[in-house]
Write a protein of this length. Structure first.
Length: 810
């Protein structure tokens, strides 16, 4: 839903005078002429937009890039309606648009001896007298914020530098939204729609804005925020090693502030950061004293000690009335405070601050003023410093699970934490030892009962553990378990221990005598089809050791039983988390990123680093298991193939695998190689990033699957549309962009275009430049695999299980 702001403006230019970067009194600039900055970064002249071809605007745009992106307009509200526009400078220090408007005029009677208006490579148009800058366009921004510009207030001169949106993408005239720095109290930035505040960037709290956990990319640029007696401003500059990068902030006509970065490969502006992404970003969505939390349902709740002012409205999801105190403050009787952590600090327009005071002083100050309702630090770096006081209702707060600041809210003595502390601690003294004693007794009882039950089972099962199997013993060196051991571990294959039912039999959870937890895959005796896969899996994985591969502890081949014993993965399959509407919320970008990296390393090991070259052939989200630290482990080697040293590609007449993850050459021709796994990896990455399945992906606007959707959005420069909203805020958008591009490289149609896993690992872990992905394979819904009738089979997916889908090539 990002506003498409990249429409090229077809500027009708006739002549280009590349050598000249300035206008002087003898050389004005006429309609049709342009001026280019010294290194050719920016260009200046008259332009029209496709929507308003009759209007001529004088402005500045990027010269170096193919999209004619206008960054500054002089006469947005007074276009020249014919071709007689002229821009000239005079000795009075005047830069005028002939006939229509003065861009700027000096009031001083002092006449400028050598007036020059020069376009700099930063995109700044300066009017100067010798080296003395008298006026510059950076002091009068329109909607674009370029590196080196300042956004804020010069307190000496009173100059306020702020942004006003265009009316529409096609119309540069003054739009509805302005984004300005407010210094009513502690400085913060407010977005106004007319006279109404619609969004607030929280106050600066040392390392960033409060309530702005969206990381900005720091590889590209650094941010500076200054609050001094002379000026207040926000500014960003490109890092020295990324000077060729092109990035800007823009206030879009629909009131979003976006960070855009020019993608040199696709030649579009990519949205890296959007300031307003959800309801909680709307100003005061939950009313006064309410806290908005995007991950909770309902979104709004009152702070502790407060209740909805209008309960009925509140219950019908109209939260605008906000919250009121349960107990009114009573300054004379003495109030206390409660600590509210992980919040976006409230609106600071009614606040007071002093950056040198400590939190203790701050508390005293707040208590000494009966109107003070809360206090906090101004800077949260280190242990925190400075003092910020609020008066009146606390407006526009948000809650964050693991980000945000700490606020101390004033409460009547009866509601505050201090008054409860003493009584709570008394309770604790009694309750804790009591609880401990009860727990110990319970555990002992349970242990006793458990042992008794185990002994009973042992007798009943009476399985003999003599038989051995030559595969296990002689050839593979894999520890052998007896049926008795496994039966004991799994409580006699009790149904309570069953984790799931796989393609060729059930999977049980168990615990060995030593206390080690295991997962047992038991090939069902009636299943003929599984034997081959079973043997295959044993021979494939027996020798493999990698932290991102599930570990095979041993096998059991006895009395017609075939079982594989794995380490147990407490967090089950990745699919049970990322495709779950609730669980996915706790699964932030960092976790997903670690998982992507882990899978890539595991796969690299299979392909290149182990002694064997192994192709997994059934890589998918449900085959990625998670250990207790959420490390991913690739599992299920039932379809894997071992390749000889020089062999790189093979073909089969029996195509096995899962729809949605199979590359075209495999699904259609039965050809497979390490590049088939790379394709599946790409699909997996897109599923992890989007939280959606490739198969069955639906979008109202088109018939593509997830790959097609990602490909489309990538080419439109709107890759963030692909991203799971649950990770939007926790993610570094620069990393996201790279990961999506890498995934698209992996799913390219032709195997030879796809990178090897070693380059994938390199691309993921470094900042090396990525190539441009070509069209993905199978990205349209109307691909051959979709027509196949047996495709529903693979929907049954569970832990430690193979879902085999057979497809005989025609
Ligand atoms: C104005 O600029 C032109 C071309 O850049 C130059 O030839 C001319 O000498 C300049 N005039 C003055 C007064 O500086
Ligand atoms: C161009 O338009 C301006 C007003 O916008 C007018 O003053 C001027 O005379 C026009 N020039 C020509 C050549 O039509
Ligand atoms: C401004 O335009 C008028 C005609 O519209 C022309 O006579 C005059 O010379 C122009 N002034 C400059 C400084 O170009
Ligand atoms: C400049 O002149 C304008 C009117 O032409 C006036 O409103 C403004 O106050 C003057 N500014 C200064 C700094 O003299
Ligand atoms: C902040 O507090 C300190 C210590 O009380 C005082 O010296 C200083 O002047 C105060 N600063 C401002 C800006 O009020
Ligand atoms: C508290 O606020 C009231 C009005 O809201 C004002 O009259 C009064 O002076 C304030 N008291 C202090 C100590 O600031």
């Amino acid at each position: 839903m990002f506003f498409s702001f990249f429409l090229p403006f077809f500027i009708s230019l006739l002549i280009t005078c590349a050598a000249i970067d300035s206008i002087n009194s003898t050389h004005p600039l006429r309609n049709g002429d342009t001026i280019v900055s010294a290194r050719g970064e920016f260009e200046m002249g008259f332009f029209s937009t496709p929507g308003l071809p009759q209007n001529r605007y004088f402005g500045i745009w990027y010269k170096k890039i193919s999209s004619n992106t206008v960054v500054w307009v002089a006469n947005r509200d007074s276009p020249v309606t014919n071709t007689s526009g002229v821009v000239s400078v005079t000795s009075q220090g005047i830069l005028v648009l002939n006939g229509t408007k003065m861009i700027w005029s000096s009031n001083s009677s002092r006449s400028v001896s050598n007036p020059i208006a020069q376009l700099l490579d930063t995109g700044n148009l300066v009017f100067r007298d010798g080296n003395n800058i008298i006026w510059q366009s950076f002091d009068h921004p329109v909607d674009n914020f370029l590196p080196g510009m300042k956004f804020g207030i010069d307190l000496d001169s009173g100059l306020q530098r702020y942004f006003t949106s265009w009316k529409s993408v096609d119309d540069p005239s003054t739009g509805k939204f302005t984004y300005r720095t407010d210094r009513g109290g502690y400085p913060q930035s407010l977005l106004w729609e007319g006279s109404k505040v619609t969004y607030r960037t929280g106050p600066w709290v040392g390392s960033g804005y409060s309530g702005f956990p969206k990381q900005d990319s720091t590889e590209l640029y650094r941010i500076e925020y200054v609050i001094s007696p002379r000026e207040i401003y926000y500014k960003f500059d490109l890092n020295d090693n990324s000077e060729s990068a092109i990035t800007r902030l823009v206030l879009t006509p629909n009131g979003d502030t976006q960070r855009l970065i020019w993608n040199k490969q696709t030649h579009v502006w990519s949205v890296y950061l959007s300031y307003r992404v959800n309801d909680c970003d709307d100003y005061e969505f939950c009313g006064g004293n309410g806290i908005c939390n995007i991950n909770s349902s309902p979104r709004c709740e009152c702070m502790k000690g407060f209740h909805p002012k209008f309960q009925e409205n509140w219950d019908t999801a109209d939260w605008s009335g906000g919250c009121a105190r349960n107990t009114q403050l009573d300054c004379k009787k003495g109030d206390g405070f409660i600590r509210v952590s992980g919040v976006k600090l409230p609106d600071t327009r009614l606040s007071w601050y002093n950056t040198t005071l400590t939190l203790q002083d701050c508390r005293k100050l707040c208590l000494s003023n009966c109107n003070c309702t809360a206090y906090s630090n101004t800077d949260f770096r280190g242990g925190g410093s400075g003092c910020l006081l609020w008066f009146g209702d606390l407006a526009d707060m948000r809650g964050y699970s693991d980000d945000g600041q700490v606020l101390y809210v004033r409460m009547a003595a009866s509601d505050s934490e201090e008054s409860k502390k003493s009584s709570t601690s008394r309770v604790v003294v009694i309750v804790i030892p009591l609880l401990a004693a009860v727990t110990v007794i319970l555990v002992l009882l349970l242990l006793y009962a458990f042992r008794k039950r185990k002994l009973k089972r042992k007798g009943v099962l009476r399985l003999d553990g003599e038989a051995t199997n030559k595969i296990g013993k002689n050839e593979l060196d894999l520890p052998l378990f007896t049926i008795l051991q496994i039966a004991r571990a799994t409580n006699g294959f009790s149904s309570d221990n069953k984790l799931g039912e796989g393609g060729f039999g059930p999977v049980y959870k168990g615990m060995l005598d030593k206390g080690q937890e295991i997962a047992v895959k038991r090939l069902s005796k009636t299943s003929r089809q599984g034997i081959e896969e079973f043997m295959n899996e044993v021979s494939c994985i027996a020798k493999l050791q990698h932290r991102n591969l599930v570990k095979l502890l041993g096998s059991c081949v006895e009395q017609g039983e075939r079982m594989l014993v794995y380490e147990y993965m407490p967090n089950r399959g990745l699919d049970s988390i990322i495709f779950d509407t609730e669980l996915c919320k706790s699964f932030d970008w960092l976790k997903r990123c670690n998982i992507i990296n882990g899978i890539a390393r595991g796969l690299l090991y299979l392909h290149e680093d182990s002694r064997l070259r192994i192709i997994h052939r059934d890589l998918k989200v449900s085959n990625i298991l998670l250990d207790h630290e959420m490390n991913p482990k690739i599992s299920d080697f039932g379809m894997a193939r071992i390749f000889g040293g020089s062999e790189t590609e093979a073909s089969t007449t029996r195509v096995v695998g899962t729809y949605g993850y199979m590359p075209p050459e495999y699904a259609i021709e039965g050809l497979f190689s390490t590049k088939s796994d790379v394709y599946s990896f790409g699909v997996l990455v897109l599923e992890i990033v989007s939280g959606k399945r490739n198969r069955g992906f639906k979008h109202p606007a088109h018939n593509h699957n997830l790959l097609g959707h990602a490909w489309r959005k990538y080419n439109e420069g709107k890759h963030l549309d692909v991203v799971d909203p649950a990770i939007m805020e926790s993610s570094n958008h620069y990393e996201l962009f790279r990961v999506i591009q890498i995934a698209l490289l992996c799913v390219q149609q032709y195997p030879e275009d796809r990178p090897s896993m070693s380059s994938v690992v390199l691309m993921l872990s470094s900042k090396i430049e990525l190539t441009i992905p070509k069209e993905p394979g199978f990205y349209s819904e109307r691909n051959p695999e979709q027509n196949h009738s047996s495709s529903s089979k693979c929907d049954s997916e569970s832990v430690n299980e193979i879902s085999i889908t057979r497809l005989t090539p025609r």
